[in-house]
Design a protein around this ligand. Structure first.
Ligand code: AHG
Ligand code: MN
Ligand code: MN
Length: 335
C-alpha cells in the first residue's frame, strides 16, 4: 500500500523543492483549498435549499439571497482578500478587477477564477466546478494590482487548476512541472493525493462538443466531426455534459477531444463562448502540463495575450493525437 499524502503536506514538499520559494504561493494555495471545501459543502447541499427555506428569500435590503455562484464568488473573495498574498483578483462574475481592500496587505500574486463553472446544470445534479489560475504580478510590490497584472498569457502562469464537485470532490492542480489530483475525504475534510502525476492518454476515442450548434461552425470543423463519426476504425463516442470543467476533466482522464469552436450565426467574424482568463487558459495549462494540446485552431491557447478581462476564445483540447487530427482538418491538410 502506498503513502497517504494530504494536500497540505504536498504543498509543503513542493515548496521545499523550489530553492527560492518563500512560502507565499504555498500559503495562497492552502487558503484556496479552504475556500473550495466551503463551496463543496454548499454545492452538496444544493437540493436542500427549498426544504431548508433559504431559496427565493430577500435579504434585509431587498436583494435576492445569494445563489450558489454568487456564494462561491463571495467565499473566494472573503477567503483570499486578507491573506496578504494577492494584489488583486479577477472573476468571471465581475466586470472589473477585484481590488484588495485598503486595510489588508498587498501581495505579489494575482488570482483569476471562474467561481462556479457549469452552474446552469446544478439543479439537475450535474458536476460543476471552480477554475483558478495564478500569475506573478508585473507592477511594483506593495501597490494595488492593475489590469496589467491580470492580462497575462497562460504561458506565464505560476499555477492553475480546478475543483470538480462531482460524485466526489476533486482538486486538480499544477504549479508548472506536473499535474496532480486530490480527492476530498468528506468525513475528514481533507484533500488527499489520489491521482499523482496525471498524464493524458496520447489518443482517445471520445469527442465532446455541443453538436447542436454544428450549423454555426466553420466548414473544416464540420468536416472533422463528420470524419470522427465515420472513421473506418469505428466512430468516436460522443459525450457532452455542458460543464467545461467536467468535459475537460473526463478528457484528461480518458483521452479524446473537447471542442468549443467559434460560431458564425450573428456576425461574419465568428464568436467564441469560453472565456480566456477564467476557463480556457487554466484548463489549457492543466492539459498541456499533462501532455495534451490546447489550441484555438490558429494558435496555442497559452500563447494568447489577453486584451480584455472577458475575452472569449475557441477551445479545442485533449489528447495530442486527437487534437493533431483536428488540426489537419482545420488547416485543410485533410478533407
Ligand atoms: P458558466 O457556467 O461558468 O457560465 O460556464 C458555462 C460554459 C462551460 O462550462 C460549458 O462548456 C459551456 O458553457 C456550455 O455551453 P453550451 O451550453 O453553449 O454548450
Ligand atoms: Mn464557466
Ligand atoms: Mn461561472
Amino acid at each position: 500500500m502506498g503513502k497517504i499524502v494530504s494536500v497540505q503536506r504536498y504543498l509543503v514538499e513542493t515548496q521545499k523543492a523550489l530553492p527560492d520559494a518563500t512560502g507565499a504561493l504555498t500559503g495562497l494555495l492552502w487558503d484556496l483549498t479552504i475556500a473550495f471545501k466551503l463551496i463543496a459543502s454548499s454545492v452538496n447541499r444544493a437540493g436542500l435549499e427549498n426544504i431548508l427555506g433559504y431559496e427565493g428569500e430577500k435579504n434585509p435590503t431587498g436583494d435576492d439571497v445569494t445563489k450558489l455562484d454568487r456564494f462561491s464568488q463571495d467565499t473566494i473573495v472573503r477567503m483570499m482578500e486578507h491573506g496578504g498574498h494577492l494584489c488583486c483578483m479577477a472573476s468571471e462574475e465581475e466586470g472589473k478587477i477585484i481590488p484588495i481592500p485598503r486595510r489588508y496587505e498587498r501581495g505579489k500574486y494575482v488570482l483569476s477564477f471562474d467561481p462556479l463553472d457549469g452552474s446552469s446544470n446544478i439543479d439537475a445534479n450535474v458536476s460543476v466546478g471552480t477554475i483558478f489560475s495564478i500569475h506573478h504580478r508585473r507592477t511594483a510590490e506593495g501597490t494595488d494590482g492593475t489590469l496589467d497584472d491580470v492580462l497575462q498569457r497562460g504561458r506565464d502562469l505560476v499555477a492553475a487548476g480546478y475543483v470538480i464537485y462531482g460524485s466526489s470532490t476533486m482538486l486538480v492542480l499544477s504549479s508548472g512541472t506536473r499535474v496532480d489530483g486530490f480527492t476530498l475525504d468528506p468525513q475528514l475534510g481533507e484533500f488527499l493525493l489520489s491521482h499523482p502525476d496525471i498524464r493524458i492518454p496520447q489518443r482517445g476515442t471520445i469527442y465532446s462538443t455541443n453538436e447542436g450548434y454544428e450549423a454555426y461552425w466553420d466548414e473544416r470543423t464540420r468536416k472533422y466531426i463528420a470524419w470522427v463519426k465515420s472513421r473506418e476504425a469505428g466512430p468516436y463516442k460522443a459525450r457532452y455534459i455542458g460543464s467545461m470543467i467536467a468535459d475537460v476533466h473526463r478528457t484528461l482522464l480518458y483521452g479524446g477531444i473537447f471542442l468549443y469552436p467559434k460560431m458564425f450565426q450573428r456576425s461574419g467574424r465568428g464568436e467564441a463562448k469560453l472565456r480566456l482568463l477564467y476557463e480556457a487558459a487554466p484548463m489549457a495549462y492543466i492539459v498541456e502540463k499533462a501532455g495534451g494540446i490546447a489550441t484555438t485552431g490558429e494558435e496555442a491557447i497559452l500563447d494568447i495575450v489577453p486584451e480584455e478581462l472577458h475575452q472569449r476564445v475557441p477551445v479545442i483540447t485533449g489528447s495530442p493525437h486527437c487534437v493533431n487530427e483536428y488540426l489537419a482538418f482545420y488547416r485543410g491538410e485533410r478533407a
